[in-house]
Design a protein around this ligand. Sequence first.
Ligand code: HEC
Length: 231
Amino acid sequence: MKGHAKKAAQEAAGGTGLLGTDSSPSTAQTRSPRSRVTGHLLIVVLGAVLAVTTLEGCMRGCGSSRPPIHPNYSMFNQPKYRPYGASAFFYDGAAMRRPVPGTVARGHLVEDPVLESGKSADGSPVASSPVAVDEALVDRGRDRYGIYCQPCHDERGEGKGILFQRAKVPTANLLDKRIRDLPDGSLFDTITNGKGLMAGYRYPIRARDRWAIIAYVRSLEKAQAQREAAR
Ligand code: HEC
């Protein structure tokens, strides 16, 4: 019974749908005054907003000592001190604080000058590494060399890396007698500060790892010296 009633209602609805073309003028008549009212209201509100902002604010080009209008203040203004600003809070009247005496900036701690610079007290490069060379250090050096030096100086240290292969950039052969005879401190300086066409690796490679790389390069050179002696 209920199903029948529903079906009848649907049919009735469909019927009005078909007749919709006839009844549309009447619906338009009932709707239009309301939309006209909301339209007027919108114009009045927008006009009011425009009037308030132009009266309150300032036209372009004219100065004002008052702060600009912010509809939403949220994060525009936050209590904060700017660098070198004044502050009534501290006795010295400055907002910035002095570092505690003895403070060391990050990366500027030099506990062991020889380890960090490769130079002795008189400024000359140290003859041999201040880090005791053992198998673990050479292994670490091989690992770091593979990352930081091998792309250019190649696996064997002969300087036939990517720069040489692609652009014939003269890259030092680390097995050369000249470099073999350099003091360890001089290699350390080259890795730290760069030399000629080569950039420095002070920041990506920590001092201890630079010494590890030198230990590994020395092991490559020793093997080369042995090969030459066997010839
Ligand atoms: C981007 C390429 C590149 C990388 C990476 C590179 N080098 Fe070099 N290296 C060069 C070039 C090019 C030269 C030759 C510089 C010159 O004579 O102008 C050179 C020169 C050298 C020299 C000779 C310095 C001298 O006294 O003549 C040493 C030693 C050296 N490199 C060691 C290293 C070590 C160790 C690493 C890894 C930490 C390394 N290089 C990483 C390109 C590179």
